[in-house]
Design a protein around this ligand. Structure first.
Ligand code: BGC
Length: 425
Protein backbone atom coordinates (compact mmCIF):
# COMPACT_ATOMS: atom_id res chain seq x y z
CA UNK A 1 0.00 0.00 0.00
CA UNK A 2 1.22 3.51 -0.74
CA UNK A 3 1.96 5.34 2.55
CA UNK A 4 1.53 9.10 3.06
CA UNK A 5 5.31 9.56 3.16
CA UNK A 6 5.61 7.79 -0.17
CA UNK A 7 2.97 10.14 -1.50
CA UNK A 8 4.87 13.13 -0.12
CA UNK A 9 8.01 11.78 -1.73
CA UNK A 10 6.10 11.37 -4.95
CA UNK A 11 4.86 14.97 -4.72
CA UNK A 12 8.42 16.19 -4.12
CA UNK A 13 9.65 14.13 -7.00
CA UNK A 14 6.89 15.47 -9.19
CA UNK A 15 7.91 19.01 -8.32
CA UNK A 16 11.55 18.21 -9.01
CA UNK A 17 10.50 16.46 -12.15
CA UNK A 18 9.16 19.73 -13.48
CA UNK A 19 11.82 22.07 -12.14
CA UNK A 20 15.09 20.19 -11.55
CA UNK A 21 17.67 19.91 -14.30
CA UNK A 22 17.94 16.32 -15.48
CA UNK A 23 21.28 14.57 -15.85
CA UNK A 24 21.94 11.39 -17.73
CA UNK A 25 23.79 9.65 -14.88
CA UNK A 26 23.32 6.29 -16.61
CA UNK A 27 26.18 3.86 -17.14
CA UNK A 28 27.17 3.81 -20.79
CA UNK A 29 25.27 1.17 -22.74
CA UNK A 30 27.18 -2.12 -22.69
CA UNK A 31 29.18 -3.23 -25.74
CA UNK A 32 26.76 -6.03 -26.49
CA UNK A 33 23.85 -3.57 -26.67
CA UNK A 34 22.24 -3.83 -30.12
CA UNK A 35 21.69 -0.64 -32.08
CA UNK A 36 19.52 -1.06 -35.13
CA UNK A 37 17.36 0.36 -37.85
CA UNK A 38 13.98 -1.00 -38.88
CA UNK A 39 11.97 -1.21 -42.04
CA UNK A 40 9.20 -3.41 -43.43
CA UNK A 41 8.54 -5.14 -46.75
CA UNK A 42 5.35 -3.59 -48.09
CA UNK A 43 6.13 -0.11 -46.82
CA UNK A 44 9.50 0.15 -48.56
CA UNK A 45 9.94 -2.40 -51.31
CA UNK A 46 7.60 -1.17 -54.04
CA UNK A 47 6.84 -3.54 -56.97
CA UNK A 48 4.08 -4.84 -54.72
CA UNK A 49 2.52 -8.16 -55.64
CA UNK A 50 -1.19 -8.78 -55.08
CA UNK A 51 -1.99 -8.69 -51.36
CA UNK A 52 -4.54 -7.37 -48.90
CA UNK A 53 -2.57 -4.14 -48.69
CA UNK A 54 -1.94 -3.79 -52.44
CA UNK A 55 -5.73 -3.91 -52.71
CA UNK A 56 -6.37 -1.45 -49.88
CA UNK A 57 -3.83 0.97 -51.38
CA UNK A 58 -5.48 0.73 -54.81
CA UNK A 59 -9.02 1.03 -53.45
CA UNK A 60 -9.14 4.82 -53.56
CA UNK A 61 -9.73 4.78 -49.79
CA UNK A 62 -6.19 5.83 -48.94
CA UNK A 63 -4.69 9.30 -49.39
CA UNK A 64 -1.89 8.00 -51.58
CA UNK A 65 -1.44 4.94 -53.75
CA UNK A 66 1.68 2.91 -53.02
CA UNK A 67 3.45 3.35 -56.38
CA UNK A 68 6.97 2.01 -56.11
CA UNK A 69 7.42 3.30 -52.58
CA UNK A 70 11.16 3.86 -52.04
CA UNK A 71 12.04 0.83 -54.18
CA UNK A 72 13.88 -1.07 -51.47
CA UNK A 73 13.31 -4.15 -53.64
CA UNK A 74 16.01 -2.87 -55.99
CA UNK A 75 17.94 -0.48 -53.73
CA UNK A 76 18.35 -2.75 -50.71
CA UNK A 77 22.10 -2.98 -51.12
CA UNK A 78 22.56 0.79 -50.83
CA UNK A 79 20.17 1.07 -47.87
CA UNK A 80 21.90 -1.78 -46.06
CA UNK A 81 25.22 -0.06 -46.79
CA UNK A 82 23.81 3.14 -45.26
CA UNK A 83 22.87 1.23 -42.13
CA UNK A 84 26.35 -0.29 -41.92
CA UNK A 85 27.80 3.17 -42.32
CA UNK A 86 25.72 4.37 -39.37
CA UNK A 87 27.43 1.69 -37.31
CA UNK A 88 24.30 -0.23 -36.34
CA UNK A 89 24.39 -3.89 -35.31
CA UNK A 90 20.91 -4.92 -36.46
CA UNK A 91 18.98 -4.41 -39.68
CA UNK A 92 15.28 -5.22 -39.39
CA UNK A 93 13.36 -6.02 -42.55
CA UNK A 94 10.22 -7.95 -43.41
CA UNK A 95 9.73 -10.88 -45.72
CA UNK A 96 6.61 -10.46 -47.82
CA UNK A 97 4.59 -13.65 -47.92
CA UNK A 98 2.73 -12.31 -51.00
CA UNK A 99 6.04 -11.94 -52.82
CA UNK A 100 7.41 -15.40 -52.17
CA UNK A 101 4.15 -17.35 -52.55
CA UNK A 102 2.15 -15.66 -55.32
CA UNK A 103 -0.38 -18.51 -55.49
CA UNK A 104 -1.16 -21.57 -53.38
CA UNK A 105 1.61 -24.13 -53.67
CA UNK A 106 3.84 -22.00 -55.91
CA UNK A 107 7.04 -20.42 -54.63
CA UNK A 108 8.84 -17.65 -56.45
CA UNK A 109 12.54 -18.56 -56.49
CA UNK A 110 13.65 -15.18 -57.80
CA UNK A 111 11.99 -13.44 -54.87
CA UNK A 112 13.31 -15.97 -52.36
CA UNK A 113 16.78 -15.37 -53.77
CA UNK A 114 16.24 -11.65 -53.34
CA UNK A 115 15.66 -12.22 -49.61
CA UNK A 116 18.68 -14.54 -49.53
CA UNK A 117 20.69 -11.66 -50.87
CA UNK A 118 19.22 -9.20 -48.34
CA UNK A 119 20.33 -11.52 -45.53
CA UNK A 120 23.73 -12.00 -47.15
CA UNK A 121 24.23 -8.24 -47.51
CA UNK A 122 23.30 -7.67 -43.88
CA UNK A 123 25.50 -10.41 -42.46
CA UNK A 124 28.28 -9.67 -44.94
CA UNK A 125 28.46 -6.17 -43.49
CA UNK A 126 28.74 -7.52 -39.98
CA UNK A 127 25.14 -6.86 -38.96
CA UNK A 128 22.47 -9.19 -37.59
CA UNK A 129 19.20 -9.52 -39.50
CA UNK A 130 15.99 -9.03 -37.57
CA UNK A 131 13.41 -10.77 -39.73
CA UNK A 132 9.72 -9.96 -39.52
CA UNK A 133 7.57 -12.78 -40.87
CA UNK A 134 4.32 -10.82 -40.99
CA UNK A 135 4.11 -7.04 -41.08
CA UNK A 136 0.33 -6.90 -41.73
CA UNK A 137 0.40 -8.19 -45.31
CA UNK A 138 -0.83 -11.49 -46.76
CA UNK A 139 -1.23 -12.65 -50.36
CA UNK A 140 -4.27 -11.76 -52.45
CA UNK A 141 -5.19 -15.44 -52.75
CA UNK A 142 -5.33 -15.65 -48.94
CA UNK A 143 -7.55 -12.54 -48.91
CA UNK A 144 -9.82 -14.25 -51.46
CA UNK A 145 -10.27 -17.13 -49.02
CA UNK A 146 -11.27 -14.78 -46.19
CA UNK A 147 -7.89 -13.75 -44.73
CA UNK A 148 -7.78 -13.99 -40.94
CA UNK A 149 -11.49 -14.72 -40.83
CA UNK A 150 -10.62 -18.17 -42.17
CA UNK A 151 -9.07 -20.81 -39.89
CA UNK A 152 -7.22 -22.25 -42.92
CA UNK A 153 -5.06 -19.08 -42.98
CA UNK A 154 -3.23 -20.48 -39.94
CA UNK A 155 -2.09 -23.52 -41.95
CA UNK A 156 -1.24 -21.43 -45.00
CA UNK A 157 0.77 -19.02 -42.84
CA UNK A 158 2.68 -21.89 -41.23
CA UNK A 159 3.42 -23.41 -44.61
CA UNK A 160 4.95 -20.07 -45.59
CA UNK A 161 6.91 -19.98 -42.31
CA UNK A 162 8.21 -23.51 -42.93
CA UNK A 163 9.54 -22.36 -46.29
CA UNK A 164 11.30 -19.29 -44.92
CA UNK A 165 12.51 -20.20 -41.42
CA UNK A 166 14.96 -23.01 -42.33
CA UNK A 167 16.35 -20.84 -45.09
CA UNK A 168 17.56 -18.18 -42.65
CA UNK A 169 17.93 -20.12 -39.42
CA UNK A 170 21.71 -20.27 -39.79
CA UNK A 171 22.06 -16.51 -40.14
CA UNK A 172 21.91 -15.67 -36.42
CA UNK A 173 18.72 -13.74 -37.08
CA UNK A 174 16.47 -12.25 -34.45
CA UNK A 175 12.87 -13.07 -35.33
CA UNK A 176 9.64 -11.12 -35.13
CA UNK A 177 6.67 -13.35 -35.92
CA UNK A 178 3.77 -10.88 -36.08
CA UNK A 179 4.30 -7.14 -36.09
CA UNK A 180 2.10 -5.30 -33.57
CA UNK A 181 -0.83 -7.76 -33.51
CA UNK A 182 -3.33 -5.28 -32.09
CA UNK A 183 -2.63 -2.63 -34.73
CA UNK A 184 -2.76 -5.39 -37.37
CA UNK A 185 -6.28 -6.11 -36.14
CA UNK A 186 -7.17 -2.43 -36.12
CA UNK A 187 -6.00 -1.99 -39.74
CA UNK A 188 -7.89 -5.08 -40.87
CA UNK A 189 -11.03 -3.76 -39.19
CA UNK A 190 -10.56 -0.36 -40.82
CA UNK A 191 -10.11 -1.74 -44.33
CA UNK A 192 -12.62 -4.56 -44.05
CA UNK A 193 -10.22 -7.53 -43.92
CA UNK A 194 -12.25 -8.77 -40.94
CA UNK A 195 -15.50 -7.64 -39.38
CA UNK A 196 -15.82 -6.61 -35.74
CA UNK A 197 -17.44 -9.97 -35.00
CA UNK A 198 -14.43 -11.75 -36.52
CA UNK A 199 -11.88 -9.67 -34.59
CA UNK A 200 -11.52 -12.10 -31.66
CA UNK A 201 -10.96 -15.00 -34.09
CA UNK A 202 -8.27 -13.06 -35.87
CA UNK A 203 -6.48 -12.52 -32.56
CA UNK A 204 -6.83 -16.21 -31.66
CA UNK A 205 -5.26 -17.13 -34.98
CA UNK A 206 -2.40 -14.66 -34.58
CA UNK A 207 -1.73 -16.14 -31.15
CA UNK A 208 -1.75 -19.64 -32.64
CA UNK A 209 0.65 -18.79 -35.49
CA UNK A 210 2.99 -17.01 -33.10
CA UNK A 211 3.11 -19.96 -30.73
CA UNK A 212 3.69 -22.47 -33.50
CA UNK A 213 6.20 -20.29 -35.34
CA UNK A 214 8.10 -19.89 -32.07
CA UNK A 215 8.45 -23.67 -31.82
CA UNK A 216 9.31 -23.99 -35.49
CA UNK A 217 12.09 -21.41 -35.31
CA UNK A 218 13.55 -23.14 -32.24
CA UNK A 219 13.37 -26.51 -33.95
CA UNK A 220 15.88 -25.22 -36.50
CA UNK A 221 17.88 -23.05 -34.12
CA UNK A 222 17.49 -23.76 -30.40
CA UNK A 223 19.37 -20.53 -29.58
CA UNK A 224 17.21 -18.30 -31.77
CA UNK A 225 15.74 -15.18 -30.20
CA UNK A 226 12.07 -14.79 -31.10
CA UNK A 227 9.45 -12.18 -30.24
CA UNK A 228 6.43 -10.28 -31.42
CA UNK A 229 6.64 -6.53 -30.97
CA UNK A 230 3.80 -4.81 -29.18
CA UNK A 231 2.56 -1.34 -29.94
CA UNK A 232 2.69 0.60 -26.69
CA UNK A 233 -0.64 2.36 -26.31
CA UNK A 234 -0.69 4.57 -23.21
CA UNK A 235 -3.65 4.17 -20.87
CA UNK A 236 -4.78 1.02 -22.70
CA UNK A 237 -1.88 -1.20 -21.81
CA UNK A 238 -3.77 -3.86 -19.82
CA UNK A 239 -6.31 -4.28 -22.59
CA UNK A 240 -3.62 -4.44 -25.27
CA UNK A 241 -1.58 -6.97 -23.27
CA UNK A 242 -4.63 -9.17 -22.74
CA UNK A 243 -5.20 -9.40 -26.48
CA UNK A 244 -1.86 -10.92 -27.33
CA UNK A 245 1.24 -10.71 -25.21
CA UNK A 246 -0.30 -12.24 -22.09
CA UNK A 247 -1.30 -15.21 -24.24
CA UNK A 248 2.16 -15.90 -25.60
CA UNK A 249 4.33 -15.01 -22.61
CA UNK A 250 6.14 -18.35 -22.44
CA UNK A 251 6.85 -18.17 -26.18
CA UNK A 252 8.92 -14.98 -26.07
CA UNK A 253 12.71 -14.90 -25.81
CA UNK A 254 12.55 -11.15 -25.49
CA UNK A 255 9.72 -8.63 -25.64
CA UNK A 256 9.67 -6.17 -28.52
CA UNK A 257 8.28 -2.81 -27.39
CA UNK A 258 7.41 -0.17 -29.98
CA UNK A 259 7.15 3.23 -28.36
CA UNK A 260 6.02 6.27 -30.31
CA UNK A 261 3.55 8.38 -28.34
CA UNK A 262 2.92 9.38 -24.76
CA UNK A 263 0.03 10.89 -22.90
CA UNK A 264 0.08 13.32 -19.98
CA UNK A 265 -2.26 15.78 -18.35
CA UNK A 266 -0.52 18.50 -20.36
CA UNK A 267 -0.18 16.46 -23.56
CA UNK A 268 -3.19 14.72 -25.04
CA UNK A 269 -2.05 15.24 -28.62
CA UNK A 270 -1.84 11.44 -29.07
CA UNK A 271 -5.52 11.63 -30.10
CA UNK A 272 -4.17 12.61 -33.53
CA UNK A 273 -3.12 8.97 -33.96
CA UNK A 274 -6.79 8.11 -34.45
CA UNK A 275 -6.79 10.00 -37.75
CA UNK A 276 -3.19 8.98 -38.62
CA UNK A 277 -2.08 12.64 -38.29
CA UNK A 278 1.01 11.42 -36.47
CA UNK A 279 3.05 14.56 -37.13
CA UNK A 280 0.57 16.57 -35.03
CA UNK A 281 1.46 14.57 -31.92
CA UNK A 282 3.83 16.22 -29.46
CA UNK A 283 6.45 13.62 -28.60
CA UNK A 284 6.73 12.62 -24.95
CA UNK A 285 10.12 10.92 -24.66
CA UNK A 286 9.90 10.27 -20.91
CA UNK A 287 7.08 7.83 -21.70
CA UNK A 288 9.55 5.29 -23.06
CA UNK A 289 10.93 5.07 -19.51
CA UNK A 290 7.48 4.21 -18.12
CA UNK A 291 6.79 1.75 -20.92
CA UNK A 292 10.05 -0.13 -20.30
CA UNK A 293 9.62 -0.12 -16.54
CA UNK A 294 6.11 -1.48 -16.89
CA UNK A 295 7.34 -4.63 -18.64
CA UNK A 296 10.33 -4.91 -16.33
CA UNK A 297 7.85 -5.20 -13.46
CA UNK A 298 5.36 -7.29 -15.35
CA UNK A 299 7.72 -9.89 -16.83
CA UNK A 300 10.72 -10.04 -14.49
CA UNK A 301 13.87 -11.19 -16.25
CA UNK A 302 12.45 -11.04 -19.78
CA UNK A 303 14.84 -9.02 -21.97
CA UNK A 304 13.24 -6.01 -23.65
CA UNK A 305 14.09 -4.64 -27.07
CA UNK A 306 12.81 -1.32 -28.47
CA UNK A 307 11.97 -2.72 -31.90
CA UNK A 308 10.59 0.60 -33.17
CA UNK A 309 10.87 4.24 -32.16
CA UNK A 310 10.97 7.30 -34.37
CA UNK A 311 9.51 10.71 -35.12
CA UNK A 312 7.08 11.60 -37.91
CA UNK A 313 7.32 14.97 -39.59
CA UNK A 314 4.71 16.57 -41.81
CA UNK A 315 6.03 15.71 -45.26
CA UNK A 316 9.60 16.33 -44.17
CA UNK A 317 8.94 19.88 -42.95
CA UNK A 318 10.60 20.97 -39.70
CA UNK A 319 8.23 20.69 -36.74
CA UNK A 320 6.66 24.08 -35.91
CA UNK A 321 8.03 23.86 -32.33
CA UNK A 322 11.60 23.42 -33.61
CA UNK A 323 11.99 19.95 -32.06
CA UNK A 324 14.31 18.08 -34.40
CA UNK A 325 14.74 14.41 -35.24
CA UNK A 326 18.07 14.58 -33.39
CA UNK A 327 16.37 16.01 -30.26
CA UNK A 328 13.80 13.23 -30.45
CA UNK A 329 16.43 10.52 -30.82
CA UNK A 330 18.65 11.80 -28.02
CA UNK A 331 15.72 12.32 -25.65
CA UNK A 332 14.36 8.81 -26.15
CA UNK A 333 17.78 7.28 -25.70
CA UNK A 334 18.29 9.35 -22.57
CA UNK A 335 15.07 7.96 -21.05
CA UNK A 336 15.82 4.45 -22.27
CA UNK A 337 19.16 4.64 -20.46
CA UNK A 338 17.42 5.88 -17.34
CA UNK A 339 15.17 2.82 -17.50
CA UNK A 340 18.22 0.58 -17.87
CA UNK A 341 19.81 2.25 -14.89
CA UNK A 342 16.68 1.49 -12.91
CA UNK A 343 16.85 -2.17 -13.84
CA UNK A 344 15.10 -2.51 -17.21
CA UNK A 345 16.90 -5.31 -19.12
CA UNK A 346 16.91 -3.50 -22.47
CA UNK A 347 19.10 -5.31 -24.99
CA UNK A 348 18.53 -3.22 -28.11
CA UNK A 349 17.00 -0.23 -29.86
CA UNK A 350 15.91 0.14 -33.49
CA UNK A 351 15.20 3.44 -35.16
CA UNK A 352 12.07 3.44 -37.32
CA UNK A 353 12.97 3.86 -40.07
CA UNK A 354 16.16 3.92 -42.15
CA UNK A 355 14.26 5.79 -44.91
CA UNK A 356 10.85 7.38 -45.30
CA UNK A 357 8.29 4.89 -46.55
CA UNK A 358 4.61 4.25 -47.19
CA UNK A 359 2.80 4.96 -43.94
CA UNK A 360 -0.14 2.62 -44.54
CA UNK A 361 -2.11 4.82 -46.92
CA UNK A 362 -0.07 8.00 -47.03
CA UNK A 363 3.45 9.29 -47.61
CA UNK A 364 2.83 12.39 -45.52
CA UNK A 365 4.16 11.29 -42.11
CA UNK A 366 7.89 10.83 -42.59
CA UNK A 367 9.91 8.78 -40.16
CA UNK A 368 13.16 8.29 -42.07
CA UNK A 369 16.71 8.93 -40.97
CA UNK A 370 17.07 9.43 -44.70
CA UNK A 371 14.26 11.34 -46.35
CA UNK A 372 12.90 10.40 -49.77
CA UNK A 373 10.33 12.29 -51.85
CA UNK A 374 8.59 9.12 -52.92
CA UNK A 375 5.77 10.90 -54.75
CA UNK A 376 7.72 13.56 -56.59
CA UNK A 377 11.32 12.44 -57.06
CA UNK A 378 11.70 9.76 -59.74
CA UNK A 379 15.31 9.22 -58.66
CA UNK A 380 14.17 8.35 -55.10
CA UNK A 381 17.28 10.00 -53.74
CA UNK A 382 17.93 9.33 -50.06
CA UNK A 383 18.86 12.59 -48.31
CA UNK A 384 20.31 12.38 -44.80
CA UNK A 385 18.42 14.16 -42.04
CA UNK A 386 20.20 15.76 -39.09
CA UNK A 387 19.64 12.54 -37.14
CA UNK A 388 22.05 10.48 -39.27
CA UNK A 389 25.11 12.11 -37.73
CA UNK A 390 23.44 12.15 -34.32
CA UNK A 391 22.70 8.43 -34.36
CA UNK A 392 26.23 7.66 -35.55
CA UNK A 393 27.68 9.69 -32.68
CA UNK A 394 25.41 8.03 -30.11
CA UNK A 395 26.37 4.57 -31.34
CA UNK A 396 30.06 5.40 -31.00
CA UNK A 397 30.06 7.33 -27.76
CA UNK A 398 26.59 7.34 -26.17
CA UNK A 399 25.07 10.55 -24.84
CA UNK A 400 27.31 12.97 -22.97
CA UNK A 401 26.91 12.66 -19.18
CA UNK A 402 25.80 16.27 -19.09
CA UNK A 403 22.94 15.69 -21.53
CA UNK A 404 19.72 17.46 -20.58
CA UNK A 405 16.66 16.37 -22.58
CA UNK A 406 15.40 19.00 -25.00
CA UNK A 407 11.82 18.17 -24.04
CA UNK A 408 10.51 18.45 -20.51
CA UNK A 409 8.70 15.38 -19.18
CA UNK A 410 4.93 15.45 -19.41
CA UNK A 411 3.08 16.70 -16.33
CA UNK A 412 1.49 13.68 -14.67
CA UNK A 413 2.34 11.16 -17.37
CA UNK A 414 -0.51 8.79 -18.11
CA UNK A 415 1.72 6.37 -19.99
CA UNK A 416 1.62 3.71 -17.28
CA UNK A 417 -1.01 4.58 -14.75
CA UNK A 418 -0.83 5.14 -11.88
CA UNK A 419 2.97 4.79 -11.50
CA UNK A 420 3.98 7.16 -14.27
CA UNK A 421 2.01 10.01 -12.67
CA UNK A 422 2.48 9.52 -8.94
CA UNK A 423 5.95 7.94 -8.98
CA UNK A 424 7.75 9.43 -11.98
CA UNK A 425 11.48 8.78 -12.53
C1 BGC B 1 4.34 0.01 -37.49
C2 BGC B 1 5.02 0.59 -38.69
C3 BGC B 1 4.62 2.05 -38.84
C4 BGC B 1 5.07 2.80 -37.61
C5 BGC B 1 4.83 4.29 -37.64
C6 BGC B 1 4.27 0.91 -36.30
O1 BGC B 1 3.01 0.79 -35.74
O2 BGC B 1 4.91 -1.24 -37.18
O3 BGC B 1 4.67 -0.17 -39.80
O4 BGC B 1 5.15 2.63 -39.98
O5 BGC B 1 4.38 2.27 -36.49
O6 BGC B 1 3.49 4.62 -37.65
Amino acid sequence: MRTPSTLLGAAALLLCFVTCPATSGAEPLPDEFLWGVATSGFQSEGSSPDSNWARYAASGRTDDAIGDSVDFRHRYREDIARAADLGVDVFRFGIEWARVQPSPGSWDDTELRYYDDVVREITGRGMTPMITLDHWVYPGWVADKGGWANQATVDHWLEYARRVVPRYSGSGALWITINEPTVYLQKELTFGGVTAAQGPQMLDRLVEVHRRAYDLIHEYDPDARVSSNLSYIPAATDAVDAMFVDRVREKLDFLGVDYYYGLALDNVTAVNAITDDFYRIDPQPDGIYSALMRYTRKFPGLPLYVVENGMPTDNGQPRPDGYTRSDHLRDHIYWMERARQDGAPVIGYNYWSITDNYEWGTYRPRFGLYTVDALTDPTLTRRPTDAVATYRDIIVAGLPDSYVPARKPGFCSLVDLPTSCIDPP
